[in-house]
Design a protein around this ligand. Structure first.
Ligand code: UGA
Length: 438
């Protein structure tokens, strides 16, 4: 099929490369000409394991191209996937859907023959129905330009695998355009094995996505709330989480206690979901998400408190090594990253911060240029009064505690992700502290 993918961020670039990989002819569309040049040359503007190779491979086959022309996109595509960002608004918790509106407004006037436009972005419920009308009104082909919603559940760090082997595909189609289901099934027919398909109306499809992220955020904040209680009682949240995980109704995934969730999705999605619920008059139903957010942000403060306490009550003049800046391993994304937020806070309280992250250094430096940046984990630890681990990259877990102890001023480690082997670090002479553990 001839497919366009509008917006070439994490979601769009991955979707475009994967659709080409399963045999479609794909045209990626972006308004940023530098991005188009880079992608055309097979260069990814962000770090995502496996995606760079796939991009190079698919651009070389000729099945994957990029353009900044909506006219070209409209002439080319039978199915247009819209993958633009929906960030948090500057003035409230609500989602900013202006990029989506702009994409539809740019594409629609060029649509002269019947086609399907498919939203993949995470949106406030009701957006798809509004865009369907906007599309049909602005397109010369009128109601021949139909709209469906097919939310994306990929995780950064696993984006390619999640796209080629999704847990499920949700197809939101409107009663006015039931043919969209067949077109979308055709798009995904080459996926092997075929995932379960859940066909819904537009509103349900939009809601599946935000409720999935809300559930994941709630699960993380649940275990982090337990960590707070553990801290007040001397109990151990790691043992507690492990014991809970054997109950198959609960399960162990997303039950990892630590400095909490960040990134470009979970934090803004739970805020946008609450804002939308308020607009719909059901704000009370999602008020717990306010608490989920608050628990999450308190964990960042708790790491700062713990570090301050271990430095004798003040951070002025103290040298602190921060391991990690990305919001999670296998990513260079620092959007709303707990690690970078904590590093900036430690600096603001007078600490001399020396930060190292395997992939996110450039992005971190752009956002927090005032911090010190080191060339590797050991260099960051050089002369440190405390080492704080905030992103659980495997290379931090694998470090030899004795080798690190040899370079620090004091062997004190705060494990903000419960990622290190406590006994090993204690045997190496370290004072080990972690969130939710005695
Ligand atoms: C999340 C969802 O997992 C995807 O399904 C969704 O498609 C995506 O948002 C999106 O909306 O686009 P992602 O933001 O890539 O994916 O990251 P996650 O793997 O969900 O991790 C989110 C945060 O939770 C990270 O900061 C991570 O460190 C934290 N986390 C995760 C914990 O603190 N504890 C855990 O046990 C698990």
């Amino acid at each position: 099929m001839r497919i366009t993918v509008i917006g070439t961020g994490y979601l769009g670039a991955t979707h475009a490369a994967c659709m080409a990989a399963i045999g479609h002819d794909v045209l990626g569309v972006d308004i940023d000409p530098d991005r188009i040049t880079a992608l055309t040359a097979g260069q990814l503007p962000f770090y995502e394991p496996g995606l760079g190779d796939l991009l190079t491979e698919q651009t070389q086959t000729g099945r994957l191209r990029f353009t900044d022309s909506y006219e070209e996109a409209a002439a080319f595509g039978e199915v247009h996937f819209v993958c633009v960002g929906t960030p948090q608004r500057g003035d409230s918790g609500a989602a900013d859907v202006s990029h989506l509106d702009a994409a539809i407004d740019s594409l629609a006037p060029h649509l002269h023959r019947p086609c399907l436009v498919v939203g993949k972005s995470t949106v406030p419920v009701g957006t798809a129905a509004r865009l369907a009308e906007r599309l049909a009104t602005a397109a010369p082909v009128g109601a021949g330009a139909t709209l469906a919603w097919n939310p994306e559940f990929l995780r950064e760090g696993f984006a390619v695998a999640d796209t080629l082997h999704p847990d499920r595909l949700v197809l939101g189609v409107s009663a006015q355009a039931p043919q969209a289901e067949a077109a979308l099934r055709e798009v995904y027919a080459p996926l092997d094995p075929q995932p379960p398909f859940v066909v819904t109306d537009l509103a349900t499809a939009e809601l599946v996505k935000v409720s999935a992220n809300a559930f994941l955020a709630t699960k993380i904040s649940f275990i982090n709330a337990m960590a707070e209680v553990c801290e007040a009682t001397g109990a151990d949240v790691v043992q507690l989480g492990r014991a809970l995980s054997y109950d198959t109704r609960i399960g162990g995934r997303f039950l990892g206690p630590g400095v909490g969730f960040g990134g470009g999705c979970l934090p803004k999605d739970i805020r946008a979901f609450q804002a939308r619920a308020e607009e719909l008059g059901v704000g009370h139903a999602l008020r717990f998400l306010h608490e989920v957010d608050a628990i999450n942000l308190r964990r960042r403060e708790r790491v700062v408190e713990l570090t301050t306490e271990l430095c004798g009550g003040g951070l002025a003049g103290r040298r602190i090594a921060v391991w990690g800046a990305a919001f999670k391993p296998d990513s260079d994304d620092v959007r709303d990253a707990p690690a970078l937020t904590v590093a900036a806070r430690l600096h603001a309280l007078g600490a001399e911060v020396s930060l190292y992250d395997p992939k996110a250094m450039d992005n971190a430096r752009k956002l927090q240029p005032q911090l010190g940046y080191a060339t590797d984990a050991l260099a960051a630890a050089d002369g440190a009064h405390a080492v704080v681990l905030l992103t659980e990259w495997p290379e931090f877990r694998d470090l030899d505690p004795a080798a690190v102890a040899a370079v620090v001023a004091r062997p004190v480690v705060v494990d903000g992700r419960n990622a290190l082997d406590r006994e090993r670090w204690e045997r190496g002479g370290w004072t080990y502290r972690a969130l939710g553990r005695p």
